[in-house]
Design a protein. Sequence first.
Length: 337
Amino acid sequence: MTQTDPRAHVMGLITACWTTPVIGVASRLGLFDALAAGPRADADLAAETGSHPGALRRLMRALAVLGLCRDLGNGKFELTEAGRLLRAGESGSVRGAALHWSDRLWGALSQLEQSVMTGKAWSISGQAGFEHMARDPEQMAMFHQSMADLTRPVARAVLDAYDFSRFSRVMDLGGSTGALMAAILKAHPGLTGQVFDLPDLADAAKTYFEAEGVSDRAAFVGGSFFEEVPSGAQAIMMKMIIHDWLDEEAVIILSNTRKALGRDGLVLVMDRIAPEIATDERSAYATMRADITMLVAAGGKERTRAEFEALFAAAGLKLQRIIPTASEFAILEAAPA
Ligand SMILES: C[S@@+](CC[C@H](N)C(=O)[O-])C[C@H]1O[C@@H](n2cnc3c(N)ncnc32)[C@H](O)[C@@H]1O
């Protein structure tokens, strides 16, 4: 992580925030989609988006400096390979993440000082946060699109690292609109799966299962994991769930999960593992970024191995092994104690 020139390194860190709104605004205006068919003049793009021509040209030049488009001269710009990832509907698209970061997280991070002083999230967090989001369909769609964008590449890494073929029925707890479950079912034709999440996601999950061709083996069950987790699955996975919550709530989720499992059942927690000692390695960078984002925007936290073990013990579970994946996420496999 650390560059050779300490001053350039520190200046890069100090000013890092400028790229988030640049990419977010360009995504919201649909500039990456507008360039899909080939080079365009910035004047045309300004007319099409109703934006100020001079300001739009400056935005395009900023995107070119970031490697997301190429400045061809004479006011013309073309999309780069990296910029393609910000198109809607492109395979591997991260447009949802761009909108979520620029719309919600960027604003929340500006309130970090308050969270550091109080230890509490700045925005509406926890259960109230998810309920609040459910009342705003646009926010909710953006959040879950962002989750799917982040999860699709991780699903590949999870499949490479973990053998799901020994199960016939699995559940993804808090599985959002089904990105992880669909990837697992596509890789294992003998498997059936359930996504359990808040009831408002039912339609989006069903649409996703149909689009991925797994709707005959995938079901969506709506409910709250604070009340009850349905039984019947041999393995219950939960990706980026425990990190959303402080210990008390996390133990309730894990306890309800244990109650839903048979004696031979397994819990597969998929989360980042915080290092005991923070270093400037790349994986620690992503984990600390997530931890600070959780602190200010969601009220959760990233945990060390020891902290996970304590949570499992409090919920009547025992950590059996930790399986690293090629992504920043690890699989913590736990069984009823
Ligand atoms: C950070 S997202 C993770 C989504 C997905 N597992 C992934 O990694 O892409 C947290 C998920 O927990 C769900 N969730 C929040 N509260 C819940 C509750 N009380 N019961 C069930 N699901 C809940 C949210 O709707 C959301 O899909």
